[in-house]
Design a protein around this ligand. Structure first.
Ligand code: SAM
Length: 303
């Protein structure tokens, strides 16, 4: 997987035609869920490019050829497919609300997230997307092929989030003197607690008082189950890339340590609010995943 170095600004200069590999492939898996949700009549959001990413990658990593890869895994995937649209919708609403005042958005580990194209941003909002050069290059190629135009300003910045990345973001135009809204979705499981601490430390150093952040919290059991399920669906060892199993403490405690005041939202409660109630948890590993998903999301404000 290629990390770092290049900065792609406002859609120019895509770096790679390759389909993402390794941990970058997980971005395709999330895109597959968004494509499936977009096909539903009762969809919780509309992602017009998710299916294009899959097509460009040569197929759906959740396709029938990958079904039944192990006992219970199809069910785990079904549970994740139930949960993921709740998460997407929650973060969509968080960013819409945050940008009523804030003009800079940073999507950390953006993957194939197309929020820069679909949330109705004002022209003076800049959306920075951080991910690897490989993922951002593939993404740009597909978006260019679709003739996609961002609603506000979109700036893609290729970095390795395990290393120092703040200077690349600032070089790309991010103003650390102005408030910012951050989203960390589907990343912390891939990093060690120490790498996550460095990541949040860097974010906190760039976020002035009044800035916002939203993160997902998943129980470590859920992370382990998901890693195994992803390995089955991807046909490769994704689980071994889940080096850290997250942040190692409750999200609110973690954020408080770095100067953020949090509010927690329960995924199950949100699912009812969105008219897509998550099934009640029982006592099987699959049910534990569902229960863990109930840990939900946190929105925090920089003190
Ligand atoms: N947030 C996106 C979403 O929900 O659709 C993508 C989530 S995907 C599960 C994880 C993403 O994290 C991938 O796009 C991967 O490339 C990125 N990622 C993981 N480790 C990274 C690192 N060290 N540096 C940059 N990106 C990384």
């Amino acid at each position: 997987m290629a990390y770092g170095g290049r900065v792609t600004i406002n859609g120019s200069g895509s770096s790679s035609d390759a389909v993402p590999t390794g941990v970058g492939r997980t971005a395709l898996m999330v895109a597959a869920m968004r494509a499936a949700e977009t096909r539903r009549a009762d969809r919780l959001f509309d992602d017009p490019y998710a299916a294009d990413f899959l097509q460009a990658s040569g197929g759906d990593p959740f396709g029938s050829e990958n079904a039944g890869g192990g006992e219970g895994f199809a069910d785990i995937w079904a549970n994740f497919a139930n949960y993921a649209p709740i998460r997407t919708r929650f973060f969509d609403e968080y960013l819409r609300e945050a940008t009523r005042g804030i003009r800079q958005v940073v999507i950390v580990a953006a993957g194939l997230d197309t929020r820069a194209f679909r949330l109705g941003w004002a022209a003076d909002v800049t959306v920075y997307e951080l991910d690897s050069a490989e993922v951002l290059g593939f993404k740009q190629r597909v978006l260019d092929g679709c003739g996609a135009k961002p609603e506000g300003r979109r700036v893609a910045v290729a970095v390795d989030l395990r290393e120092e990345w703040g200077s690349a973001l600032v070089a790309a135009g991010f103003d650390a003197g102005e408030p910012s809204a951050w989203l960390v979705e589907g990343l912390v499981s891939y990093l060690t607690p120490e790498q996550n601490d460095r990541l949040l430390g860097a974010i906190s150093g760039l976020a002035v008082s009044g800035s916002r952040i939203s993160v997902e919290y998943l129980h470590v059991d859920a992370v382990a189950l998901m890693g195994r399920a992803m390995s089955v669906a991807a046909g490769e060892d994704v689980e071994s890339m889940w080096s850290g199993c997250g942040i190692g403490e409750a999200s609110a405690v973690w954020l408080d340590r770095f100067g953020w005041d949090s509010e927690a939202f329960d995924a199950f409660e949100r699912s009812i609010a969105y008219g897509r109630e998550l099934p009640p948890p029982g006592d099987t590993p699959i049910d534990r995943f569902t229960a863990a998903a109930r840990n939900g999301f946190v929105i925090a404000r920089r003190r």
